[in-house]
Design a protein. Structure first.
Length: 326
């Protein structure tokens, strides 16, 4: 490939990777039709055997850099560590999981669709560990979203391993925000990309997203809609009150506070934004304050009745959290 082709830095986070799945993923990266890439692997303290296997797969190939961490970080901070390894000469950054399988044209197709966007991502095929197809698309029962900043801040739709983004976005996303609640590295990156520019989408699968018990996050979890009815039991009102209170407390700590902090962090790191995006950030930033956007959340909760279910009903969960907070 011509030397002037853009250099893609692939940031991969690993922890005790399944040997066969890891072999397949490393091989699929080597088979990319876009040949100008480097792969930066941040290992989060894998056991000796798994780490030795990882070394054996990457050593001798100067395109791979393996860095082994000390204290266990967890996937969120481990991806941050991998992104800190991106060299300044890289033009673009891609994220990789340790157990998927990329199609040979993945990087080329994302590069071709990037245009003037800050970030581009694709659909994916859902498979099990044996490669059997579970779904031909990620979007089974959920609407995709890459244009509505409010929805992106509330509930992520951009999977990190499906993404490619511009190197300069790292200047805004690093360091990652404080890991409050249940943070998502890909939601943070996508929200910053959409706040400061445009996101593009490739409407076809460019890799196999492998579902198994050891995965940090899964397709089923991303498709799970909030159903308040499961907390209610009219025959046992005291137990219902206890369950709702416990759920709302947890939702405030893991969701409302986390999402509001993320919005405030974007406000602090960016300059002047368009009126609509600035308003979205201001509203979401109030989720954990004394003046939360209750009416706005209530109206948004009705969107799924018209098929706009990209947030999977998180607005109702946040309303419960706000009531508990008060």
């Amino acid at each position: 490939m011509a030397a002037e082709a853009p250099l893609v830095a692939i940031a991969m986070a690993t922890f005790d990777p399944d040997p066969l799945l890891l072999e397949r993923q490393i091989a699929s990266i080597r088979e990319q039709t876009h040949e100008r890439w480097v792969c930066l692997v941040s290992d989060d303290g894998s056991g000796p055997e798994r780490l030795a296997h990882l070394r054996s797969l990457t050593e001798g190939d100067e395109r791979f850099t393996l860095s082994v961490g000390g204290e266990r970080l967890g996937f969120y901070a481990n991806f941050e560590r991998a992104l800190r390894m991106v060299p300044p000469e890289a033009d673009l950054v891609a994220l990789a999981d340790q157990d998927d399988r990329w199609y040979p044209e993945k990087l080329s197709a994302l590069l071709g669709a990037l245009g003037d966007a800050k970030l581009v991502y694709s659909d994916m095929r859902i498979v099990d560990e044996q490669g059997r197809v579970v779904s031909d698309t990620f979007w089974q029962g959920r609407r995709n979203n890459y244009t509505d900043l409010s929805s992106m801040l509330l509930a992520n739709t951009v999977t990190g391993a499906a993404s490619l983004f511009r190197r300069e976005l790292l200047d805004l996303v690093l360091p990652f925000p404080e890991p409050v609640g249940d943070p998502f590295h890909d939601q943070w990156i996508a929200s910053m990309a959409l706040a400061t520019g445009r996101i593009a989408y490739v409407d076809r699968p460019l890799y196999d997203y492998v579902q198994h018990g050891g995965a940090a996050r899964g397709h089923a979890a991303a498709m799970r809609e909030f159903e308040p009815g499961r907390l209610l039991s009219w025959r046992h009102p005291r137990a219902t009150i206890s369950r709702v209170s416990a759920y709302a407390k947890r939702a405030f700590e893991t969701n409302a506070h986390r999402i509001a902090l993320s919005a405030r962090e974007i406000e602090a790191r960016t300059g002047a934004l368009g009126a609509d995006k600035a308003q979205a950030l201001r509203r979401v930033a109030r989720l954990d304050t004394r003046k939360p956007p209750v009416g706005w959340l209530a109206l948004r909760s009705l969107r799924r009745l018209t098929g706009r279910n990209e947030t999977m009903g998180i607005e109702l969960s946040l309303l419960a959290a706000i009531l508990w907070g008060r």
